[in-house]
Design a protein around this ligand. Structure first.
Ligand SMILES: [Zn+2]
Ligand SMILES: [Zn+2]
Ligand SMILES: [Zn+2]
Ligand SMILES: [Zn+2]
Length: 492
């Protein structure tokens, strides 16, 4: 059975999925305007990496060259390079291709590297793997991609990338220590050449800074939870700016990065991807973008007062309509806002909504902390917090959506209470869909599986069809994403 028969089956049961009103992902597709620079599903870039690197902690499980997980038994070792016994491959083809273009110059340097205990500390091995690849490219004087590596062709070179080296070092003082550990290896990589690629600490910081600010994460899409397995520099797409309400999306097939349009876009220069999860609190996104990428986001979700007020909306206690809460409402001692529908005010409900918003924020911040003690909160606390929030806040309140997501993971890990956790995950998805719709799919496979177990087939069908439609229409029927979705659904 494929997606279209599932859709038919769902329709037979009275669910009209073809109706764009019912399916927000189809709404842009049926928009008849022709003067868009890009329409939903269009490809903005298709690009091979300038350099890429598998995460050090994936060396045992994933191919060093194609980043795929080879089909081997648990107790079987991945095929290793005989020279360094370090790089692992899924096949002879990958090993040969990697040797020719990438691995040969670094192989001798990586020999025996596992024994160096200093490389085990946070990030050192990953930094070395990335730097060796950058140095190889620069030694060959390859500052840009080869023709055809990127469509449309991009004139960008590695020299064009920003490094923000001073801010970068301020934020990561541990890099001084890291440099001392890595220096002997970098010197060996530089040794035969007159022109040294990484001769000193400032160059080390500049090369790493360029990498950290501009890299794209690469994912294992065969994994139901879509885990990141490596990173790469993609010179064409690295020109794209960020938005927390993105209109384009990174789609991977192996290490090829494709940027696809998820909303109709009026002008080519307005294409925006999300560098970070757009589904986080405004203050968290803002501080992370400033710290990690050195800019202040001016997207609608961060800077448009109307959007922000909608994202904080409370529920009218009289008619349940959403009442947006703008900055003027969120200030202390502000006037109680009136409902736009019934025009009634309710001071008590307003104060409860403000209190609930503040509590949800504290809960979300706390959920990010890894320290178990600060996360000490009983299941009953979480239940009480969420049930008040659902009562007093608008049903599409963005903060509530983030809290639903965190409540799901906290309840699932706290108690293994699957049903309660999954209800929160489902609620999180339906709010994400309203604000950052493309970002609602990652947990959907788990949800579909759970719905099926609960014999809630109508909801399962609707979600399968919605996600399937989205992947097929936006990402393409031949994409790894769509195939992985179909594959996972069939495995149910
Ligand atoms: Zn491979
Ligand atoms: Zn090797
Ligand atoms: Zn933003
Ligand atoms: Zn009302």
């Amino acid at each position: 059975m494929d997606i279209s028969s599932l859709v038919r089956e769902a329709q037979d049961r009275g669910l009209n999925l073809a109706d764009p009103e019912e399916n927000v992902f189809l709404a842009d597709l049926v928009d008849g305007k022709s003067d868009f620079a890009y329409k939903v599903g269009d490809t903005v870039f298709k690009c091979e990496p300038w350099i890429f690197s598998l995460y050090a902690n994936k060396l045992r499980s994933h191919c060093y060259h194609c980043l795929r997980r080879p089909d081997i038994a648990e107790d079987q070792e991945i095929r290793r390079c005989m020279g360094c016994r370090f790089a692992g491959y899924c096949s002879e083809n990958c090993q040969i291709a990697d040797w020719k273009n990438r691995h040969k110059p670094e192989c001798a340097i990586l020999k025996g590297i596992i024994a160096d205990k200093r490389l085990e500390s946070e990030g050192n091995l990953d930094r070395l793997l990335v730097l060796l690849k950058i140095m190889t490219k620069l030694k060959r004087k390859e500052k840009g991609s080869a023709p055809g590596d990127c469509t449309p062709e991009s004139p960008r070179t590695f020299d064009d990338l920003m490094s923000h080296e001073e801010e970068f070092l301020d934020l990561r003082p541990e890099l001084k220590e890291s440099y001392l550990v890595l220096k002997p290896y970098l010197d060996r990589a530089d040794v035969e050449k007159k022109r040294k690629i990484c001769p000193d600490f400032p160059t080390f910081i500049r090369l790493l800074g360029k990498f950290y600010i501009n890299n794209f994460a690469l994912y294992d899409l065969q994994h139901p939870n879509v885990v990141a397995v490596g990173r790469g520099i993609y010179l064409g797409p690295s020109i794209l700016d960020h938005s927390c309400v993105p209109n384009a999306l990174q789609v991977d097939v192996g290490k090829t990065v494709t940027i696809k349009v998820i909303r109709n876009i009026d002008k080519a220069e307005n294409v925006r991807i999300a560098y970070i999860s757009p589904f986080d609190l405004l203050e968290n996104r803002k501080s992370y973008l400033e710290k990690r990428y050195f800019f202040t986001c001016d997207c609608p979700g961060c800077a448009d007062p109307e959007t922000i007020a909608k994202r904080n909306a409370m529920k009218c206690s009289n008619c349940a309509t959403s009442i947006p809460l703008g900055a003027e409402n969120l200030r202390q001692c502000s006037k109680t806002p009136a409902c736009p529908q019934c025009n009634k005010t309710n001071q008590e409900a307003f104060h409860r909504a403000l209190k609930s918003l503040a509590e949800l924020r504290a809960f979300i911040v706390e959920s990010k902390l890894n320290d178990k003690n600060t996360r000490k909160r009983s299941q009953d606390d979480i239940r009480a917090l969420m049930s008040t929030a659902c009562e007093v806040l608008a049903s599409d309140n963005f903060v509530l959506g983030v809290a639903h997501h965190d409540a799901a993971s906290r309840l699932l890990t706290l108690s293994g209470n699957l049903n309660e956790g999954m209800e929160h995950l489902l609620a999180a998805v339906s709010i994400r869909r309203e604000h950052v719709r493309d970002y609602c799919y990652h947990p959907c496979f788990l949800i579909v599986k759970w719905l099926a177990q609960q014999e809630r087939f109508m909801e399962a069908f609707a979600l399968i069809a919605e996600v399937g439609d989205y992947f097929r229409l936006v990402v393409g029927e031949n994409s790894q994403m769509y195939q992985a979705w179909i594959g996972n659904v069939f495995d149910l």
